[in-house]
Design a protein around this ligand. Sequence first.
Ligand code: ADP
Ligand code: MG
Length: 207
Amino acid sequence: MSLQPETFKTLIKVAAEQVIASAPELTSLDQAIGDGDHGTNMKRGFEAVLNKLDAISEQPLHEALKSIGKTLVMTVGGASGPLYGSFFLAAGEALSHSKHLPDDLAEVFGSGVNAVSARGRSQAGEKTMLDVLIPVMETLKADAGRSDLIERVRSTAAEAVERTAPMLATKGRASFLGSRSVGHVDPGARSSCVLVQAVCASLEGRQ
Ligand code: ADP
Ligand code: MG
């Protein structure tokens, strides 16, 4: 998987469009256990990314990831803006320090995950986006080099989202609900899944 500028541009476009298309679903998930703004937050952020797509995709990959991160920090808002922003900023930072794709994909992704965890003071099992991002990172590590890696990442993300439903939220707005957060899928976990699956679909040439 060598990431040519045109491939990267398509990949970002597909991912942004998928997030924007999933805004109603993200909003309805956030209405159940949050304040109902996750869809509009994410839509606003990824529309801003789309607006800058030409400039972003002309940059070296590590700079492009950082630009996406900065754009998301400035536009998404809520708890998720700084968290997704941190993910892309840290992944870009990792790529600028002697990390290369595709060999170091798991490490680069892992740097993003660690940044979310540090900023959110959160970890696996707290019913957040990390409950998708961490399993995806683990699959990237465990299955690196397998010919069906993309398919495994897709199914890992899908299964991980569903596993957030029985979890008790202990971080973010959903934690205010206590046990009433149980039984609902976490909105940020779902948006992470949408992003991961869009990237997978784009890499598989499905879009
Ligand atoms: P807000 O909660 O401020 O309204 P959003 O609705 O945009 O922001 O985002 C909510 C999502 O952010 C949650 O569903 C969860 O996945 C994620 N989130 C919230 N707090 C944290 C945290 N401390 N660590 C990781 N993810 C978090
Ligand atoms: Mg919200």
